[in-house]
Structures are given as structure tokens and as C-alpha cells.
Design a protein around this ligand. Structure first.
Ligand SMILES: Nc1ncnc2c1ncn2[C@@H]1O[C@H](COP(=O)(O)OP(=O)(O)OP(=O)(O)O)[C@@H](O)[C@H]1O
Length: 232
């Protein structure tokens, strides 16, 4: 199976603190992959490394065979944990901004989702609730025709009804030759859309595999396995 992202012996330290301890993992093309782990275990660090926002202390990361660079940014659609958008912008201005900035941005797809979620295009991000802001950002990211979508905690602030709509929308828009990597704590919500899961614990990958096979082998849901593995 072809892989879109590969981590080869990737270490990452912040000062003296090592937070990734030599990660070897690959993300296959065409799959929806859940990156799961408790707070502070290295999920965002892995995602920032893929996006070239951080450099590994040791080891190598490739996306479609290329190191993270300007070229790889063209094929990666990334939803960061914290917004980088200007608060004073209206939804319609942000859509224009994305249209100008990304060649692969599908305005019609964005407008349709905005309409279905009853978001006012004249509202500024500044005055929106946390959940609505999250919805807007997710819509923008999912409206690109990218090779890989990377979502860092995308639906934490969104109410359950909108969550189902959003997950459904992700699936509807998802083309079979693209890949989705989703880091989240909301495992029960996403386990039914994931093909594969990766568990990260203290900077090590402790479980990786096909969701169906893991469930069958252990006779438990991914959510239950997670709760057992990371019991406080
Ligand atoms: N800029 C930084 N400087 C120092 N330490 C950092 C920095 N960023 C992250 N860390 C530390 O690295 C570890 C991993 O953090 P990371 O954000 O990757 O975890 P996470 O699994 O994404 O957590 P969460 O689920 O809470 O977002 C944590 O102990 C965190 O405190």
C-alpha cells in the first residue's frame, strides 16, 4: 500500500525535554486515520512536523516523498489547534482570501456548507461563538481539494448535532484518493469514520492498525481500548 506520510526514527525535543522518542510510522494514501492520545503526548508536535512548522531534532519526515516545504504545503490542507485567521474578518472575506490563496479551493463547496450550517457570511469571526468559529475553519480546510487533510482537534467546541453534520460532510467531500489525519480526544465520535488508528503515548506509538481488525481481535471498541490504555 502506498503511503502519503512517513516518519523515520523521528525525535523531537523542546530544550532538554524529548517529546517524540524515535517515531516510525506511515500514513497510507486514501485512508481516514485517527491520531489518538491523551493531552500532552505529542499529537500536535507530530502534526506541526508534517506541516513544517517544527523541525525534527533527529530523523526524517516525508510527504509524498518530499520533505515538508512550500511544495508540500500545496497538497496539505491543515486545520491547526489555534486559529491563524484574523478575528476582524467576515466569513465572506475569509472565503475570498482562501480563494485567492489556494488554487485548489472550491468556493461552491464552502458556500454550500456555510449555508447548510446557517452561518451568516457577514458575521465577523470576532463575534462568533467558539463552536461556530470552529465550524467556519473546518469548512475552509475541507473545501480545498488537497491530497491530505490534517485536522488538529477539529470538533471539540461544536455541539453534537453539528458534529454529526460535520463528520458526514467530511465523508461526503472526501475523495478516495485523498487522506485524512484527525487528532482528537472524541474517539467514540470518530471511530466509525476511521479506517485506521494510531495511539501515541508519551512520544511513542503504542498501537497502530486497522480499526475493524483491532476491534475484532480485542472484542472492544476503540473508545474502550483507549480508556483502558490511558486510565488515570
Ligand atoms: N513550544 C513548546 N515548548 C516546550 N514544550 C512544548 C512546546 N510545545 C509542546 N510542548 C510539550 O510537548 C509535549 C507534547 O505536546 P503536544 O502539544 O504535542 O501534545 P498533544 O498530544 O497535542 O496534546 P493536546 O491533546 O493537549 O493538544 C507536552 O508535554 C507539551 O508541554
Amino acid at each position: 500500500m502506498e503511503n502519503i506520510v512517513e516518519f523515520k526514527d523521528v525525535h523531537k525535543s523542546y530544550g532538554k525535554k524529548e517529546v517524540l522518542n524515535g517515531i516510525n510510522v506511515s500514513i497510507p494514501k486514501g485512508k481516514i486515520v485517527g491520531l489518538l492520545g491523551p493531552n500532552g503526548n505529542g499529537k500536535s508536535t507530530m502534526i506541526k512536523l508534517i506541516n513544517g512548522l517544527l523541525n525534527p531534532t533527529k530523523g526524517e519526515i516525508t510527504i509524498n516523498g518530499m520533505k515538508p516545504s512550500k511544495e508540500t504545503k500545496k497538497i496539505v490542507s491543515y486545520l491547526p489547534e489555534k486559529t491563524y485567521l484574523n478575528d476582524w474578518m467576515k466569513v465572506k472575506d475569509i472565503i475570498e482570501f482562501f480563494k485567492d490563496f489556494y488554487e485548489d479551493f472550491d468556493v461552491n463547496r464552502a458556500n454550500e456548507m456555510i449555508k447548510n450550517l446557517k452561518i451568516d457570511v457577514n458575521e465577523k469571526l470576532k463575534t462568533m461563538s467558539k463552536g461556530t468559529k470552529e465550524k467556519v475553519q473546518l469548512i475552509l480546510v475541507m473545501s480545498r481539494k488537497a491530497s491530505i487533510y490534517i485536522l488538529d482537534e477539529p470538533i471539540g467546541g461544536v455541539d453534537p448535532a453539528a458534529r454529526s453534520y460535520i463528520l458526514k460532510t467530511i465523508l461526503t467531500n472526501f475523495s478516495e484518493d485523498s487522506t485524512l489525519l484527525i487528532a482528537t480526544h472524541l474517539i467514540s465520535e470518530i471511530e466509525n469514520i476511521c479506517d485506521e488508528v494510531i495511539f501515541i503515548s508519551n512520544g511513542d506509538i503504542i498501537l497502530k492498525g486497522d480499526v475493524e481488525s483491532i476491534r475484532e481481535e480485542r472484542g472492544k471498541s476503540i473508545d474502550t481500548i483507549f480508556r483502558e490504555e490511558f486510565r488515570c
